[in-house]
Design a protein around this ligand. Structure first.
Ligand SMILES: [Cu+2]
Length: 175
């Protein structure tokens, strides 16, 4: 009985060591498997009553350098989920940028890191005419599927290891 119990102990230890090794490898993995962030230089044109481009697609972690231009009247660019509000006047390169309710900044370019995955509407925040409420676009930030896959794999392996340890724990074994 003693030797069997010792064998079990060894087995459990082995599983635990394997689990730890896999967890360590997985922790290092995202650095290699995730594609590096991309910088997007985008020019967004606002005109009655649309944004061009109407849809912006990036991946989570990407950096956006936005330059806005208005072709007719003053327009706004309010991005939901990122608490960003930009005002742009026609024939002006200068933007009035507000973040998180802070004081406005005068910039020629808005830099934004897409750190939240999901779909976020951008809409005009300056009343620009009768169809103003319909002046909307969408920022689509794709999640990092590779990172998710690696995390899921680690969780499954760890759970399996824990279950094995729990099942072979000395609680039910003969001492
Ligand atoms: Cu507008």
């Amino acid at each position: 009985m003693e030797s069997k119990s010792q064998g079990r102990g060894g087995f459990v230890l082995g599983i635990a060591a394997l689990g730890a090794a896999v967890a360590l490898a997985a922790a290092a993995l995202p650095a290699f498997s995730v594609r590096p962030p991309v910088e997007h230089e985008l020019r967004v044109t606002a005109s009655r009553y649309r944004f061009d481009p109407p849809v912006i697609r990036v991946a989570r972690g990407d950096r956006l350098r936005l330059r806005l231009a208005a072709t007719d009247v003053v327009h706004g660019f309010y991005l939901e989920g990122y608490d960003l509000d930009v005002t742009v006047a026609p024939l002006s390169r200068e933007l009035e940028v507000r973040r998180g309710g802070g004081p406005p900044e005068r910039l020629e370019e808005v830099v934004l890191v897409a750190d939240r995955a999901g779909k976020f509407r951008y809409r005009c925040s300056k009343t620009c005419g009768v169809m103003h409420p319909f002046m909307v676009g969408e920022l689509v930030v794709a999640p990092n599927r590779l990172l998710r896959g690696a995390t899921a794999a680690v969780l499954v392996v760890l759970l399996g290891g824990l279950l094995t340890v729990w099942k072979t724990s000395p609680r039910g074994a003969v001492r």
